[in-house]
Write a protein that binds this ligand. Structure first.
Ligand code: UTP
Length: 406
C-alpha cells in the first residue's frame, strides 16, 4: 500500500491521525506502518455504542448429562467415541491466539512453564493428555492450532523445537486468527508505536472462519472430519477428544456440546450454559442477572449451575450451516498503551475499547447443545492469573492432585 492509498483509506473511516508521525519515521518504519494500515479491520468500529444494548431473552436452566448419568453410560459412550476417533471423524482445535495479559506474559501462553523441578509447559501438559487418548484409540487425530500474528512464529518454533512432542508432525496444523484495532472511547484507533497500529487478537469466536480462510476446508473434507473439539490453552487439565464426551455428543443427536462443571458459588466468574428463549446459550458471568445467578432449588443447589470450561465439540455440518451468520461483537473497555502527544502512555485505568467475537456465541447459533458435566478437580485447572483464583498456584495444586509430578 502506498502513502496515498493509506491516506485515502483512512479518510474514508476518519482515521487520518494514524499517519500523523509518518514524516518522522525511517523507511523501514514507514513500510511497517503502511502494511499495518492495509490490514486493519475497520468494520469492527461499527460496533461502537452497541455494547450497552444486549437485550437478554427469557432465561431458563439447561438440562445436562450429570456426572452420575455419564458414569451410568460410560462404556456405551466411550465405545461410540472411540469408533468415531478411529474412523478419523474427530479433530482437535487448540485456541491459542490469546494474549494472556492477566498472566503478564508476552509470548504464547502455552509456553508458560508450570514445572517446579523440571520443565512442564502448558503445551506439553496438554499434549500428555492427548497421548492418553491416542493410546486408548490406537491412532492419532488431527490437531489444528490457532495462533495470532502476535505469537504465531514463537508457537510454531516451540513445537518444532519440541519435535512436536512426539506427535505425527503431519497431523499438526497451525493457522492464524485475525487482529482487531483498539480505539479510544471516541472511536479513534490508537497507535501502539508511531509506526504501529494498536491491534490485538479479535477474540476466539472466529476460530472456524479463520480455519476455513486458512484453506483447511478441503482437508476436513478429504479426511472425513465431522467433529471439531475446541479447547482453551489455559486449562492444564483439559481432556481433549475425550472418547466418552465424543460418544455422548454423537448419541445425543445435538449439533454441539460443551463440558461443564458445577459452579462453586453464584459469584464464580464462569459463563453459564443455559437456555435463552428456549435455545441453548452461554451467558457470561458479567451478563447474568444477580438474582438468577444466586437462585437455588429445593435441594439447595444453584439452579443456573453449569459453568463452561471452554471445551466444546462442534459438528462440522452444523458449523457450515451457520457459516455466514454474524456473531455479536463484544467491546472490552481496557487500559490500552498508546501514543499520545508524541509519547507512549501506559494508562493504569481503562481508556478505550478492544473488539472481540466469542466462541460461546456460536452455541446459540448451533441450535442444540448437550451440556456434559465433568468432575471439576479432574478437568478444570484454569491458568488466568499468577496467584490467587484461577492461577498458576491453584492449577499446580490441581495438577498434583491428579498425579502429575511437576
Ligand atoms: P481468554 O479469554 O482468557 O483471553 O482466552 P487471553 O487473551 O488468553 O487472556 P487475557 O484475557 O489476556 O488474560 C480464553 C481462550 O481463548 C483463546 C485463549 O488463547 C484461551 O485459550 N483466545 C482468546 C484466542 O484464541 N483468541 C483470542 O483472541 C482470545
Amino acid at each position: 500500500m502506498t502513502y496515498q492509498q493509506a491516506e485515502q483509506l483512512l479518510q474514508k473511516y476518519g482515521q487520518e491521525h494514524l499517519l500523523e508521525y509518518y514524516p518522522e519515521l525511517n523507511e523501514e518504519q514507514r513500510a511497517a506502518l503502511l502494511a499495518d494500515i492495509s490490514k486493519v479491520d475497520f468494520s469492527v468500529l461499527e460496533n461502537l455504542g452497541t455494547h450497552a444494548q444486549r437485550i437478554m431473552g427469557k432465561l431458563s436452566p439447561a438440562d445436562a448429562l450429570t456426572c452420575e448419568d455419564v458414569e451410568a453410560h460410560r462404556a456405551e459412550f466411550e465405545k461410540e467415541g472411540l469408533k468415531a476417533i478411529r474412523a478419523g471423524k474427530v479433530a482437535a482445535v487448540l485456541l491459542a491466539g490469546g494474549q494472556g495479559t492477566r498472566l503478564g506474559i508476552t509470548g504464547p501462553k502455552g509456553m508458560f512453564d508450570m514445572g517446579e523441578t523440571s520443565p512442564h509447559t502448558i503445551f506439553s501438559l496438554q499434549m500428555d493428555n492427548i497421548f492418553d487418548v491416542v493410546k486408548k484409540a490406537g491412532c492419532m487425530f488431527h490437531i489444528f492450532v490457532m495462533t495470532s500474528d502476535i505469537n504465531d512464529a514463537a508457537t510454531r518454533a516451540y513445537f518444532e523445537q519440541c519435535n512436536y512432542f512426539g506427535y505425527d508432525r503431519k497431523k499438526i496444523h497451525f493457522y492464524e486468527q485475525k487482529l482487531a484495532p483498539a480505539c479510544s472511547k471516541e472511536g479513534r484507533i490508537y497507535l501502539e508505536e508511531k509506526y504501529k497500529v494498536a491491534q490485538s487478537p479479535n477474540g476466539n469466536g472466529g476460530w472456524y472462519s479463520s480455519l476455513i480462510e486458512a484453506g483447511y476446508g478441503p482437508l476436513l473434507e478429504s479426511e472425513g472430519i465431522e467433529w471439531l473439539n475446541i479447547y482453551a490453552v489455559d486449562n492444564v487439565l483439559q481432556r481433549i477428544c475425550d472418547p466418552v464426551f465424543v460418544g455422548a455428543t454423537i448419541l445425543s443427536g445435538c449439533a454441539c456440546s460443551g463440558k461443564v462443571v458445577r459452579k462453586t458459588s453464584p459469584e464464580e466468574r464462569v459463563g453459564v450454559l443455559c437456555k435463552e428463549d428456549g435455545r441453548p446459550a452461554i451467558i457470561e458471568y458479567y451478563e447474568m442477572p444477580t438474582d438468577l445467578a444466586a437462585l437455588r432449588g429445593d435441594d439447595g443447589r444453584l439452579v443456573y449451575c453449569y459453568g463452561v470450561i471452554l471445551n466444546y465439540l462442534f459438528s462440522v455440518k452444523g458449523l457450515n450451516a451457520i457459516y455466514s451468520d454474524k456473531l455479536p461483537c463484544h467491546l472490552a473497555f481496557k487500559a490500552i498503551p498508546h501514543i499520545e502527544g508524541g509519547v507512549k502512555v501506559t494508562p493504569a485505568e481503562p481508556c478505550g475499547y478492544k473488539f472481540e467475537t466469542l466462541a460461546v456465541d456460536l452455541i446459540a447459533l448451533m441450535g442444540s447443545c448437550l451440556a456434559f458435566e465433568v468432575v471439576r478437580e479432574r478437568e478444570f485447572a484454569p491458568v488466568k492469573n499468577r496467584t490467587g483464583v484461577d492461577s498458576v498456584d491453584s492449577a499446580r495444586a490441581l495438577l498434583k492432585l491428579n498425579g502429575v509430578r511437576l
